[in-house]
Design a protein around this ligand. Structure first.
Ligand SMILES: Nc1nc2c(c(=O)[nH]1)N[C@H]1C(S)=C(S)[C@@H](COP(=O)(O)O)O[C@H]1N2
Ligand SMILES: [Mo]
Length: 314
């Protein structure tokens, strides 16, 4: 990753929707393309009955929808086990990918959707490559949005203006910015960002899988300095499915069940909080989430390991 304009900041205000100016930016090729709205178009090609080229007014004239979703970077693909917890929760406006796919008419042999951005450059010893990702057709059809607004405002150039894919509940590496080309294909593309990087071999498995579904995770957002006495320790938790419990531990004390807001109908993050009496001095706080699929944050050695922060009460 070449650009980390805003490192993960544990003192970020604990707002449900992350303000645009607090959202991290990830751009593999260093600088982002400056696309003109009037010159932009999106092609839908490959295994389709009616190849299409849509301009922006045509896309904006299609029925629009809203989606609020957690937005989480996997982390540097060269160091996939290092926790970064670069995470936000954003409101998107756009056109369901399924609407555009229906216009193009995928052929029966189409199995995969390739999503390509307008940016090109060098990454990990590969030169002049594009940013390309792929998703299984049925998953892409069910979930992906072609978004042109973030939190109600037109996308900023660094977040993919004028149109990006948003693949909710997946690591945002799948949410291709500056989207200009969609290809329907029978096979997955062999590319640096599809089959060589952004793959993970899960415990007990031998074959790497593409990094798609987000893991169960949590992040404490308590300020580093808090008043001694009765204090609320709070944060955000998220997963591919609903998070069902979050436990918080203070120093060497036991895990205590935090209160947890429900997720609702959109794949958003959830707030958790625990009220605790803190004595003056330094404290070590940990949070551990469990989701409805029974997945638990591992204690250590994984990118979604139990979150731990040091705070001082005075
Ligand atoms: N075209 C393109 N899309 C991209 C990327 C990129 O470098 N080029 N980076 C991906 C990664 S790894 C992440 S985490 C998200 C970051 O989105 P954001 O910068 O809007 O937060 O964009 C994804 N989409
Ligand atoms: Mo990322």
């Amino acid at each position: 990753m070449t650009q980390h304009t805003r490192p993960a900041d544990p003192t970020t205000p604990d707002s449900f929707i992350t303000p645009v100016d607090r959202v991290f930016v990830r751009t593999h090729f260093g600088k982002h393309p400056e696309l003109e709205a009037s010159a932009w178009s999106l092609t839908i090609e490959g295994l389709v009955d009616r190849p299409l080229e849509l301009d922006l007014p045509t896309l904006l004239a299609l029925p629009q929808t809203h989606l609020t979703a957690v937005h989480e970077c996997l982390g540097n693909p060269l160091h996939p086990d290092v926790p970064t917890r670069a995470v936000a929760n954003l409101d998107w406006t756009g056109v369901p990918l399924s609407t555009v796919l229906d216009l193009a008419g995928p052929r029966p042999e189409a199995r995969h959707v390739w999503l390509e951005g307008a940016d090109t450059g060098n990454f990990a010893d590969e030169h002049d490559i594009s940013y390309l990702k792929d998703l299984p057709l049925e998953q892409a059809r069910a979930e992906v949005l072609l978004a042109h607004r973030m939190n109600g405002e037109p996308l900023l150039p660094q977040h993919g203006f004028p149109v990006r894919a948003v693949a909710p509940r997946m690591f945002t590496t799948n949410s291709v910015k500056w989207l200009t080309r969609i290809v329907l294909a029978a096979e997955r593309p062999d590319h640096l960002f599809t089959t060589r990087l952004y793959t993970r071999t899960h415990p007990g498995e031998t074959e790497p899988r593409p990094a798609r579904e987000i893991d169960v995770n949590s992040k404490l957002l308590t300020p580093r300095h808090v008043p001694a006495g009765t204090t609320e320790l709070a944060g955000r938790t998220w997963s591919y499915t609903d998070v069902t419990t979050v436990d918080v531990a203070i120093d060497d004390g036991p895990w205590q069940r935090a209160t947890l807001e429900p997720r609702g109908t959109h794949p958003t993050w959830q707030r958790f909080a625990l009220t605790h009496h803190l004595t003056p001095g330094p404290h070590r706080i940990r949070s551990r989430a469990t989701d409805s699929a029974g997945r638990v944050q591992p204690p250590a050695g994984a990118r979604n390991e139990v979150h731990e922060i040091e705070i001082t009460a005075s």
